[in-house]
Design a protein around this ligand. Structure first.
Ligand SMILES: [Mn+2]
Length: 502
């Protein structure tokens, strides 16, 4: 019946999937919620009512939203299949979660879930796997979540694991199965449907055991046809839902407030590690789980090392601090950079360069009204920086724009923007040459870096490294600066940074 539906008329499968989605979304589990008597491998509204409301799988993201994301993925797969006349085949989609990583012996790193898997399931446990089958024998696509087998000893050490029986009601999946049945499931699926399209990321596998099983499964198939679902998932992740926007707004608010506290505790000879500790503390105290990435806390000339994360020097009187930091709030990141004088007062050269970066950043945010590509935004940054540096006499007046932009690029060697979301460099398979659209979140982060080794600029400017970075939501009414609560005007920066000077 399924095959008939999709093959009769191309458009009909969309209607079919819509009906499937509506049915799944409104279906009420008749069984009483087993989570009430049995703990899951992650917070629920019963165990963590301060974090999760009923019907949410993760904070603010409901079971319905996760089901909708899976439906959207099925839709994009079918749409792609129709274009390549593969729609009559059976499709098997496998997206694995991450495994725990160890720093030594039995000492784990903090667990980070595979983002694509988390986006589609909301499952926060290690070693799980999502399988979606779209086949001709059943009337509907089927989402299965494989979870770790019960293990009393392991659970004594690491806490409870989600039971496959609880997967339907909590995650809104069609089925839950124990991981020990994964290989058997693949084998019997391969026997039943010889002509199938496998959707699996062979390029960046996230779980060793799953990868081995899928490779074995693939080698046994007579028809070895596969595609990577990664870019389809990234296309969905690129556009943020209202709940995701609310989470990102909160992440930005927390980061902004933490920045204000951190700036205001600065004084000469403060350690970069102390500023790191301060921003981390202020973010966590406001509800963030942790910083979304190792922050750059760079005093003086070290700001010219773009990815400086040693953070182990003292910031001397007269130097600036460049801090690139942001928290992660329930799976969503913020990414903010501010640069301020550690003693609360810019020198005239610092202020001169700061104002150039500040004005260019404001102009670039304004340019987002025209929905350019990120690469076009980068070109604009080079041009605008070049123009302003010419105005203050740091780049010589030459007729050619190419010269201007090249000179500016030498002072800002990094891109001006990336997509932002569950990952810091979000949806990396999405090219930066597509026009930005409402629903996307991007960073705007111009900078000027004049190291002590710079041979073309006067010595009085040496050791100045400045970047200003904000998180921008694109809407139909123009750009919204999510990190707007983080001060950046030079007067405001000086005021806050001089609050606690002894
Ligand atoms: Mn950034």
């Amino acid at each position: 019946m399924f095959r008939k539906l999709v093959s009769t008329i191309a458009a009909s499968h969309i209607g079919f999937l819509r009906r499937y989605c509506i049915r799944t979304n409104t279906a009420k589990s008749k069984a009483s919620n087993p989570a009430k008597c049995r703990a899951l491998g992650q917070p629920t509204s019963e165990t963590h009512p301060h974090l999760i409301n009923p019907d949410e799988v993760t904070p603010l993201i409901t079971k319905t939203e996760y089901q909708h994301r899976r439906c959207q993925l099925i839709e994009s797969i079918m749409q792609k299949a129709i274009k390549t006349s593969e729609y009559q085949k059976n499709h098997l989609v496998i997206v694995s979660g991450a495994s725990k990583q160890y720093m030594s012996d039995k000492i784990p790193y903090f667990f980070r879930q595979n983002t694509d898997f988390l986006y589609l399931t909301g499952c926060q446990e290690p070693d799980c796997c999502l399988v979606i089958s779209i086949d001709e024998s059943s009337n509907e696509p089927c989402s299965i979540l494989f979870t770790r087998d019960k293990d009393d000893h392991a659970e004594l050490w690491d806490g409870p694991r989600t039971h496959p029986e609880d997967v339907k009601s909590f995650f809104g999946m069609d089925r839950g199965l124990p991981m020990s049945e994964f290989e058997g499931y693949l084998r019997s699926y391969g026997r039943a449907f010889r002509d199938l399209n496998l959707w699996y990321d062979f390029v960046t596998p996230s779980q060793k055991n799953i990868h081995t099983s899928v490779c074995n499964f693939m080698s046994d198939l007579s028809n070895k046809k596969w595609e990577n679902p990664r870019s389809l998932i990234h296309k969905l992740r690129l556009y943020k839902s209202p709940a995701e926007i609310a989470l990102m707004q909160k992440a930005s608010d927390i980061t902004a407030a933490a920045f204000v506290e951190t700036m205001s505790c600065s004084r000469p000879n403060i350690g970069e590690n102390q500023l790191f500790a301060k921003i981390d503390y202020e973010c966590r105290m406001r509800g963030a789980e942790f910083l979304a990435y190792p922050p750059v806390v760079a005093g003086g000339n070290r700001a010219n090392i773009i990815h400086y994360i040693n953070n182990n020097q003292l910031v001397e009187d007269g130097e600036m601090v460049l801090m690139d930091a942001g928290c992660e709030y329930h799976g969503y990141a913020s990414d903010v950079t501010r640069t301020w004088p550690v003693n609360g007062k810019f020198t005239s050269q610092q202020r001169e360069i700061y104002e150039v970066v500040y004005c260019v950043q404001e102009e670039l945010i304004d340019l987002c009204n025209k929905c350019p590509t990120l690469d076009a935004l980068f070109e604009s940054m080079c041009y605008l920086l070049g123009k302003r540096l010419q105005e203050i006499g740091l780049i010589s007046i030459q007729p050619s724009n190419t010269y201007l932009m090249k000179a500016a690029y030498q002072l800002c060697p990094h891109h001006v923007s990336h997509y932002l979301g569950m990952d810091i460099h979000d949806t990396p398979s999405i090219n930066r040459n597509i026009k930005i659209e409402p629903g996307m979140v991007i960073t705007v982060e111009p900078g000027i870096y004049i190291s002590n080794n710079n041979k073309s600029l006067p010595k009085s400017y040496h050791g100045i490294g400045i970047r200003i970075e904000d998180d921008i939501l694109i809407t139909v009414n123009g750009p919204v600066v999510l990190s707007r609560k983080c001060p950046k005007h030079p007067d405001e920066i000086e005021k806050i940074a001089s609050e606690n000077q002894s």
